[in-house]
Design a protein around this ligand. Structure first.
Ligand code: TRP
Length: 356
């Protein structure tokens, strides 16, 4: 653990430096981010990663937003709703402020065959042992309680390298759990370059950009916010649903509200959520609520969250009524992604001496 924490601290340090470089020269970088289309997004996604993506693309960093539909098949039996979930994901992205266009594209990776084809050479650059010791993959296997594990589960980190390298992305905004995957991508890029093109590297080694927002707990205050754990507030929830969920949120028996993440994690989490909505410090909010207790804390959160999400929800509703536009966004994204993938695959074939 000590070792891992050390590595994580180093990643945080690197990420801070990277942030400064991106702010100074956004045009020198390319961001690639991705999500699995397993359902709609909640406020944990919004504050934890979506806002950060919006910020980066507004800075002018070319941004690819990838929807990892193939990856859903690694640990979910259900595939009936993949396309529907993909469209809902696009609606959440756009409503949150991601603006598709010249600088920013959104597309499902299953539609980019030339990028997927990189999987074949990449698989030859890693060993079985490396694949089976990936800690995130191990955790996912455990969490999903899989009786038998398909090979896609062990190899998806290699596919993630295809996702990231086909467009020569240099920056990947990630949470802690994705760091082993990014390490695998860097390893593949390095080994590919060393083996096939030592004079002139084909792929950059992309860097992790860690989110500055602390991880957001669910309304139970004890574990990560997630839809499957039933402790999330979805972006698409109504104001009344939001109020009802917050009413049931766990607090503690102490009346006076204070910000104490160690001893009062549930209350601290609610204060943090208010702080993310209003940009005040959680300490200042706690002082203001004081003896108003849990009731006033929840009322304040309900009001500030509903206010923050009101424009996003209105935009969501507008987009939901325009499926043709959502489809257009995806198809335009696919066209742009394929153009990059075709170029990269050609370059890859050339250095592997397979060009005919
Ligand atoms: N593995 C990521 C997840 O589980 C999704 C993903 C697929 C991804 N390809 C990616 C993330 C490329 C970043 C970059 O959420």
């Amino acid at each position: 653990m000590g070792d891992q924490a050390g590595t994580y601290d180093a990643a945080v340090e690197r990420s801070k430096k990277l942030e400064a470089e991106i702010t100074a020269h956004p045009e020198n970088f390319r961001v690639l981010t991705g999500d699995r289309p397993t359902g709609r997004l909640h406020i944990g996604h919004y504050f934890g990663s979506l806002q950060n993506r919006v910020r980066l693309s507004k800075l002018g960093v070319p941004t690819c937003v990838l929807i990892a539909d193939y990856q859903v098949l690694t640990d979910h039996d259900a595939f009936a709703e993949i396309a529907q979930n993909t469209k809902q994901l696009v609606i959440d992205y756009l409503a949150a402020g991601i603006t598709p266009g010249k600088n920013t594209i959104i597309y499902p990776h299953s539609y980019v065959p030339e990028a997927n084809q990189l999987m074949l050479p990449f698989l030859t650059l890693v060993s079985n042992a490396e694949l089976s010791r990936n800690p995130t993959v191990k955790e996912e296997i455990q969490a999903a309680g899989l009786k038998s594990v398909n090979a896609g589960m062990y190899t998806y980190p290699v596919h993630q390298a295809c996702d990231i390298l086909f467009c020569k992305a240099t920056v990947v905004p990630v949470g802690k759990d994705q760091l082993p995957h990014l390490e695998m991508t860097r390893t593949i890029a390095r080994r590919f370059n060393e083996k096939f093109s030592p004079e002139k590297p084909v792929f950059p080694e992309p860097q992790a950009l860690l989110s500055k927002t602390p991880s957001i707990l669910g309304l139970d205050g004890s574990q990560k916010m997630s839809k499957s754990r039933g402790n999330a507030i979805m972006l698409c929830a109504t104001e009344d649903e939001t109020a009802a969920l917050i009413k049931k949120a766990k607090t503690d028996s102490e009346r006076t509200i204070t910000y104490d993440p160690v001893n009062r994690p549930e209350v601290a989490n609610l204060l943090m959520l208010i702080s993310l909505c209003t940009d005040e410090s959680p300490e200042a909010i706690a002082a203001r609520i004081g003896d108003g207790g849990g009731g006033l804390l929840k009322k304040t959160l309900t009001e500030s969250l509903n206010e923050k999400l009101r424009p996003i929800r209105a935009e969501r509703a507008r987009l939901e009524a325009d499926p043709a536009y959502i489809r257009r966004v995806l198809l335009d994204g696919v066209d742009a992604a394929r153009a990059m993938a075709v170029d990269t695959l050609q370059e890859v074939r050339r250095v592997m001496n397979m060009e005919i």
